[in-house]
Design a protein around this ligand. Structure first.
Ligand SMILES: Nc1ncnc2c1ncn2[C@@H]1O[C@H](COP(=O)(O)OP(=O)(O)OP(=O)(O)O)[C@@H](O)[C@H]1O
Ligand SMILES: [Mg+2]
Length: 420
């Protein structure tokens, strides 16, 4: 089924053994993936993609590799790199089958465009999520390579951690940390929407966390990474409802000095920046646009695209704009919050989201500015509230039981005043 007819055998053998040697030499995930992928290449187009990916990744990594060697020499700290390498592992199929009860249907926790996600528990008792990629099309091969390559190198409190992978001719499996609170989509539009587990402070901290994860990809990762598929189902929530940005399968690595690239459009309708959807122009500000849409979705629990009667589609920005013009911010917020939200925070979050979704990419803020604004607004409000609470608590100490109710009412009145 798989052939590499575009290569003469001796050349292929030479290439494979060099790659294998390289993989042993560098003990690096990347080279191993290349070997695995190369064995499965189907036609010339795939080969071109494959070579492009290798060149792309390798050229950008040479400098990083040199830096690593240099740094290793400088501080003589080999342990550092060793522990980095050991952050992920190559699983055996047996291990994964055992953990997921042979991919039992009861273990299935979700389904996406590229495959199903299963919950599992390893023999060491660790909970994992396994993404089982569907078809072994050339596209899926690329997604797999890109995802594993990128996830293997990034570590941040707001990015979903890769535990490892398994790859063979028949199966491509990616093993992640398991996120017990699933994804934002589950809470905004899915099975847990009715439970309303996301109160206002939680929503704001998830938004800030997701923005910080993106900030790391855009500004700290080397080379910089554009996610290209920021959306509610790709923001997962850990046990403490901390946001973890997931799915780097569409990501693009950006070499230093490149401000934008033209590429084939990927991602999800409703979240795509206009310049990207129309001309395939991709830059960090495309992620900022998607983040703006996501922020509006977090605030309102409305879907990014809504089908109106008659089949016309309306996006969330079009829906929100008249309310903003009238200053009717209360009408934007998710009614399931039952009025329990901070009005000032709401207003600034909506304004930040509108800045992010400006149709001109040059007018959009950087994600770092977004983090600063969101944190600033939430931090300021929390500080004000804490001061007021302290004042009231001091007064409250003097209260008797009989006027406790009056105290509570006074406190909520002050809260209301500050929330206005
Ligand atoms: N690590 C994880 N822990 C817990 N649940 C997860 C994890 N990864 C994914 N899921 C669940 O599986 C669902 C499907 O995820 P998946 O990434 O396959 O598809 P998607 O994001 O919905 O769509 P797309 O294929 O377009 O990315 C998610 O919505 C989420 O609820
Ligand atoms: Mg996903």
């Amino acid at each position: 089924m798989y052939s590499s007819s575009c290569f003469h055998k001796p050349f292929l053998g030479y290439l494979l053994s060099s790659l294998q040697a390289a993989s042993i030499f560098f003990r690096n995930l990347r080279s191993i993936i290349y070997c695995l992928l190369l064995c499965n290449l189907k036609n010339q187009t795939c080969l071109i993609y494959f070579l492009f990916l290798c060149v792309n990744i390798e050229t950008m990594n040479w400098r990083r590799l040199c830096c690593c060697i240099y740094q290793e020499k400088e501080d003589g700290n080999k342990e550092n790199n060793k522990s980095r390498d050991n952050l992920w592992e190559i699983y055996t199929l047996k291990e994964i089958l055992h953990a997921t009860n042979n991919f039992h249907n009861d273990n299935k926790i979700g389904e996406g465009g590229f495959g199903s996600v299963y919950w599992g528990r390893t023999s060491k008792g660790v909970e994992i999520a396994v993404k089982r990629l569907k078809a072994m099309s050339a596209k899926a091969e690329m997604e797999f390579a890109v995802e594993v390559e990128i996830l293997g190198r990034v570590r941040h409190k707001n990015l979903l951690g890769l535990r490892g992978f398994y790859a063979s001719r028949e199966e491509r499996l990616i093993v992640y940390d398991y996120m017990p609170n699933y994804s934002l989509i589950t809470h905004l539009h899915g099975q847990l929407a009715a439970d309303c587990l996301l109160d206002w402070p939680r929503r704001m901290s998830i938004a800030i966390g997701a923005a910080e994860g993106l900030g790391y990809l855009h500004h700290e990762a080397n080379p910089h990474i554009i996610h290209r598929d920021i959306k509610a189902s790709n923001v997962l929530l850990d046990a403490n409802f901390q946001a973890k940005v997931a799915d780097f399968g569409f990501a693009k690595l950006i070499p230093d000095g490149v401000t934008h690239m033209t590429t084939r459009v990927k991602g999800t309708l409703g979240y795509l920046a206009p310049e990207y959807a129309m001309w395939g122009k991709v830059s960090e500000s495309c992620d900022v646009y998607s983040f703006g849409i996501l922020l509006l979705e977090i605030i309102s629990a409305k879907k990014p695209l809504e089908k109106l009667p008659g089949g016309v589609k309306r996006d969330i920005v079009q829906w929100i704009t008249p309310y903003v013009q009238k200053g009717a911010f209360d009408r934007i917020v998710d009614p399931r919050l039952k009025g329990k939200f901070d009005r000032a925070e709401l207003k600034s979050a909506v304004m930040v989201a509108l800045k992010c979704t400006d149709s001109n990419p040059e007018n959009r803020p950087s994600i770092l500015e977004v983090v600063e604004w969101l944190k600033g607004s939430v931090g300021r409000r929390r500080k004000e509230m804490t001061n007021i609470e302290h004042m009231l608590e001091e007064d409250g100490d003097k209260e008797t039981d009989t006027d406790l109710e009056g105290f509570r009412m006074a406190k909520s009145e002050v809260r209301r005043k500050w929330a206005r």
